[in-house]
Design a protein around this ligand. Structure first.
Ligand code: GDP
Ligand code: MG
Length: 450
C-alpha cells in the first residue's frame, strides 16, 4: 500500500503543471491503494471528496510542498475517520464496571472455524488491567461451543484471574447474571462477560446477545473484530451495533497479513473508537490503540517517520548522533529510561521527542492526565534512585528478581507492587525500543517523503 501511495504522490510532484486532472489521477491511485487495504469503498469515496475540498489547487500550483500538502491532508482525513468524536466509556479502578464482549465467529471470518478472538481478548483485557492493580474477573456466557468454558478457564488460570462458568447450564443469560452477581459481591472492579459468537441463525445470535446485555446491564459493550475479514467489516460491525449498544471496538490479529483498513469501517459503522488492538496469541500481545501511528502504518509511512522527523527538528545537532546510536543498538536499559524520564519532566527537546513514541504517549502519558503521569514518572525515578549501577545498565529484566525488587522497594519507601509495575512498564518500553534496532537512520529531509 505504502508503495503505491508514495508512487502516486511522487508522480504528482514530478508533474510540472498541477491541474485538476493530475490531482484526480493521484487521488484515484490512492483510492485504489486504500481499497486494497480493505478500507470500505464508501469511506474512500468520502475521503476523496473531502481531500478535494481541502487541497487548494492554487497552493499546489504555486510549486512548493505539493507532496507535503497532499500527504498531510490524507493523513488528517484518515485520523478524523478513526475518531468518532466521543471517547469510549472508561472503567474506573475500584468501582464496579461490567464489560461485555461481542463479536462473530465462523463462516463470516476468512477461516471457517476460527473465531474473531473474543475469548482471547477478554483475557488480554483482564490481564492488562490486573497488571495495573485492578481486580478483574471473567464470566463465560458462551454455552454453545464445546470447550468454550475450558478455554476461558485455562486462560484465566494462567493469568490468575477469577472466573465463572458452567459445563452443565445451557442458558447463557443465567450464567452471565450469576457470574456478574458473584463478582460484584467479591468486589471485583472489572467484570468481563465473554459471549458466544457462533455462526447460527444471525437473528438468534443477536437475540441471545440482547438478552445477556439486558440482564447484566454492561457499562460497556466491546465489539471484537478480526482484522482479516476485509470488506465485510462495515456490515458486520453495523449489524452488531444495531442489536446491542456497542461502545468500543477491539481489532484482533493485527500481527498477521491483515491490512488494517477494517478498523476504519468498524469505527464508521459503530460510531465508537478502537481502544486496543490484538497483535498475537499471547496474553501480553495487546496494545492500546493509537490513531497516528496506525494511520502512518496504513499509509506505509512507517511507525517512526513522525518520530524521526521530530528528532531532526528538535534535538540539537550535536546530541542527535548519540541518541540515534542508542536507538539503533536497541538495548533499552533502565538508565536510558531514567534519562528519558528526566527529559520528559523537563519537557526539553528530547522530552518532546519521546512523548511522541507510541508507547510513551498513549500509555504512560494519556492526554488530560498529565499531572498523574508526572507523579508516576517521579515515583518511578525515586525507585530507580535505589538501584545499583549494575541494575541500571543491564538490559536484562531477569536480573530483577524478587529480592532485588524488595530491596528497591524498601530503599525508596515504596511498595514492591509499584516496583513490579515499573518493571512491567520498562519491559513494555524496551519492546517498543527494540523495534528500532538496526534502524537505518535517514538523513535530514529524507524522512518526510512518504
Ligand atoms: P472467539 O471464538 O471469538 O472467542 O475467538 P478465540 O479467542 O477463541 O480466538 C480464535 C483464535 O484466534 C485462537 O486461535 C486465538 O489464539 C487466535 N487469536 C486471537 N487473537 C489473536 C491475535 O491478536 N493475533 C493472533 N495471531 N491470533 C489471535
Ligand atoms: Mg470464544
Amino acid at each position: 500500500l505504502g508503495g503505491s501511495i508514495s508512487r502516486a504522490i511522487q508522480q504528482m510532484s514530478n508533474a510540472t503543471i498541477i491541474d485538476e486532472k493530475v490531482l484526480n489521477e493521484c487521488l484515484n491511485e490512492i483510492t485504489r491503494a486504500l481499497l486494497q487495504s480493505d478500507v470500505q469503498f464508501k469511506l474512500v469515496r468520502d475521503m476523496q471528496t473531502n481531500i478535494k475540498k481541502i487541497v487548494n489547487l492554487d497552493d499546489l500550483a504555486a510549486g512548493h510542498n505539493k507532496r507535503k500538502i497532499i500527504q498531510q491532508a490524507i493523513f488528517n482525513e484518515l485520523c478524523k475517520m478513526l475518531d468518532p468524536g466521543k471517547p469510549a466509556f472508561t472503567p474506573k479502578k475500584g468501582k464496579t464496571s461490567v464489560v461485555m464482549f461481542v463479536g462473530l465467529q465462523g463462516k463470516l471470518c476468512l477461516h471457517p472455524h476460527v473465531g474473531s478472538g473474543k475469548t482471547t481478548t477478554c483475557t488480554k483485557y483482564a490481564y492488562y488491567h490486573q497488571k495495573k492493580g485492578w481486580k478483574p474477573a471473567l464470566v463465560c456466557a458462551d454455552t454453545f461451543r464445546a470447550g468454550a468454558f475450558d478455554q476461558l478457564k485455562q486462560n484465566a488460570t494462567k493469568a490468575k484471574i477469577p472466573f465463572y462458568g458452567s459445563y452443565m447450564e445451557s442458558d447463557p443469560v443465567k450464567i452471565a447474571v450469576e457470574g456478574v452477581e458473584r463478582f460484584k459481591k467479591e468486589n471485583c472492579d472489572l467484570i468481563i462477560v465473554d459471549t458466544s459468537g457462533r455462526h447460527k441463525q444471525e437473528a438468534a445470535l443477536f437475540e441471545e446477545m440482547r438478552q445477556v446485555s439486558e440482564a447484566t446491564k454492561p457499562d460497556l459493550v466491546i465489539f471484537v473484530m478480526d482484522s482479516s475479514i476485509g470488506q465485510a467489516a462495515f456490515d458486520q460491525a453495523q449489524a452488531f451495533k444495531q442489536s446491542v449498544a456497542v461502545g468500543a471496538v477491539i481489532v484482533t490479529k493485527m500481527d498477521g497479513h491483515a491490512k488494517g483498513g477494517g478498523a476504519l469501517s468498524a469505527v464508521a459503522a459503530t460510531k465508537s473508537p478502537v481502544i486496543f488492538i490484538g497483535t498475537g496469541e499471547h496474553m501480553d500481545e495487546f496494545e492500546v490503540f493509537d490513531v497516528k501511528p496506525f494511520v502512518s502504518r496504513l499509509l506505509g509511512m512507517g511507525d517512526w517517520s513522525g518520530f524521526m522527523d521530530k528528532i531532526h527538528e528538535v534535538v540539537p545537532m550535536d546530541q542527535q548522533p548519540e541518541l540515534l546510536q542508542k536507538l539503533s543498538e536497541g538495548n533499552f536499559t533502565l538508565r536510558i529510561m531514567y534519562e528519558q524520564f528526566q527529559n520528559i519532566l523537563k519537557m526539553g527537546p528530547i522530552g518532546q521527542v519521546f512523548s511522541m513514541l507510541p508507547g510513551f504517549s498513549a500509555e504512560l502519558m494519556p492526554k488530560g492526565r498529565e499531572k498523574e503521569s508526572q507523579a508516576k514518572i517521579k515515583r518511578y525515578m525515586t525507585m530507580m534512585d535505589s538501584m545499583t549501577n549494575e541494575e541500571l545498565d543491564s538490559s536484562n529484566p531477569k536480573l530483577m528478581n524478587e529480592s532485588r525488587m524488595m530491596r528497591i522497594a524498601r530503599g525508596s519507601g515504596r511498595h514492591i507492587r509499584e516496583v513490579m509495575e515499573m518493571m512491567e512498564e520498562y519491559k513494555r518500553l524496551a519492546k517498543i525500543w527494540s523495534k528500532m534496532k538496526g534502524l537505518k537512520i535517514p538523513k535530514k529531509g529524507e524522512m518526510s517523503a512518504l
